[in-house]
Design a protein around this ligand. Sequence first.
Ligand SMILES: [Zn+2]
Length: 153
Amino acid sequence: MNHNLPSTQQQARLVDGVELLIEIIQSCGYDPMFANVINLEDVAGRLSAIAGKSPMWSWRYLRNIINHKLEPGKPIVEAALRLEIALKGIQVDIAKSDRIDVHAMGNVRPGSLILADSKPCAGCGLNYVPRVSNQRFHSDACRKEYRHRHKAW
Ligand SMILES: [Zn+2]
């Protein structure tokens, strides 16, 4: 028996893992043939998040798997199976959301699902998504200006 060659059963599982990861990249909105570093980092980050893996899997590892240069390990295949299920739920949430333009000051990645409601700033009236629910002003400057104005009266 040659221990260097994977069994047919193992090969089938590994091929399925590669195909599954290619499907996951497509489901995340990227073309596996043309996915760039940022695209692959996004997918690797999502797989790592779902697996609770830190440090996260690298985009290079994902690239080597989809280029058939490395065999996917069992943990990343399991993460891919879990992400596949999660993506179905995500599609439902995305379908319930509205695509709108926002001006992000925080670290908001394109296509992010924003769960919080916006409200007008008590100082200047600008609509903003607060960091905390009881926030009244969109900035420190607005809060100080408002306090100053109300002290003067
Ligand atoms: Zn304001």
